[in-house]
Design a protein. Sequence first.
Lengths: 167, 446
Amino acid sequence: MRRAIHTLSATFAAVAAIGIVVLMGITVADVIRRALTDKSIQGGIELAPLILVGAVLLGLGYAEQTRTNVRTSLVTSRLAARPRAAVRCVGFVVVIGLVLWMVWETADRARSAVEIGEVTPGFVGLPAWPARVAIPIGLGVLALELLLQLLDELRVLAGREPVERTA
Amino acid sequence: MSVSVALIIALVVFGALLAAEMPVALALAVAGATGLLLIDGVEQTAATLASAPFEATSGYSLVVIPMFILMGVLIANAGVLSDLFSLANRLTRRIPGGLGVATVMSAAGFAAVTGSSAAAVATLGRLCVGEMRKHGYSVRLAAGIVAASGTLGILIPPSIVLVIYGVLTTESIGALLLAGVVPGILTAVVYIITIVTLVRIGYGRADDAVRVEAAGPADTASTARLREYESAFYILIVFVVVLGGIYGGIFTETEAGAMGALCALVILFIRGSRTELGLWRSLAAALRESAAVTSMIFALLIGGSVFTLFLVSGRLPNDLTDWVIGLDVSSHVVLLIFLLVLLVLGALIDGVSILLLTVPLAYPVITELGFSGIWFGVIMVKMIEIGLLTPPFGINVYLVAGVVKGVRVEDAFRGAFPFVVAEICVVTILIAFPELVTWLPDLARD
């Protein structure tokens, strides 16, 4: 299961990375087109934020997997292994609860965006629902990565060997 | 429930989750959601959680953040920093404490193309600390120099922290980036003066006489020199494209970031085959890192937006502003109190989190008191820089201790102390002469 979740996070991160490169490409193309023809790419300004939403949310799981997310071990580093695991368990339960609540709420929002065929405001009116759908997916992968860490802490709490981090 | 009680409970929740080593972004979101639940109920909180991830990430002006991240990560993976250090090392070998000066100069050059300090500290730590140790620098001075040099990355443009400040306050991001130039250079100069002074008074016992020999035959080889100048040239190009584009009004900040990232991509393609990992692995590593760092920054923005919505919902920024304006104290006393709060927070949490926690409250007060929002942004970054060097959270110090064998955290904190004093001097200068910050953005506007 661990490998499957990590692979899922890494795959979404690859999609996110492609999204960032596409963002760069769209913006550069817009600059070049404006320099040559004095006109911007139609819909470029509407499309970029939608790609950004997807890139950001789909990379969340990988950011957690690689421990890129900022945290401080100021208190936990001073604790023995089992009290540390207990404190972390409580923390993980709380944050996983919030992320799952966000998954629920954003999934509901995504469903209504698909149903009504939500489009961006403005002249071009691009479909906004793919970005809306990416949000609960990205948050869901983040929840899975957090859940893995909770299970690791529970192992320590049960007196078993901690799992070595590979990322 | 009263708003002030809700605020206290939210802050306790935030602190408890930080203590439990949870990601700061999620701690902010949980604290904000708790506050909202207490003052607005379940429905309003659910609506906030449903909208925050989209609202906090879907602005066109936010595209500049991944562009600057991509640019910095690509350049870092192209391996230009080691060449920059070799070049600076050669240029400064006759100066007392020249190796330390070279470290600051190469960090300043690297800061001109990357918006964060971690990459610079990690690379310079591996490169410079051992070299400085060989030439008589004490461990603490060598580690302190590297940790302090790394702080330049978050002030000298492109600074991601300043971009986020611009996003939170709606101050012009272009003006903020230009505002960081003079204070950034000033900080580098003050660091250099600090190093030369420390070496002269015998703090580090740097033995510069043997440096020419230590530089070795590679230093004199024309190919090595050519590579050094090539790297410096690349950095100059990216800096000119980004800052020149913004200053000259040719590009928006987002476009400048994208053009800079494109230049960085080209540089990685030229240099990639000469890196340790080779072109494709370097590129893949850079793209993966860009995705992770982008998500990390935006996770903070999402969590911060939930927390800010709680503050705004409870009218806390307005109430604080009204209360402070009603006090019979000088505006500089209020500023000093804010700076002290930032100093304390800087010792506990990272820079972006500090911005997300304090800007919604501090910015309205400071601007209402007549201070420039642009100037305050730079002052905030300076305080965050100090936080990177002070215990217990001084992240740059931990980074140096983490990447260099034989460097203890306590030694690195001691070594960073003179630079904290130097930073406080720079902040004092910038408060006394705010024109040093506002001059360049004003010039660009005219």
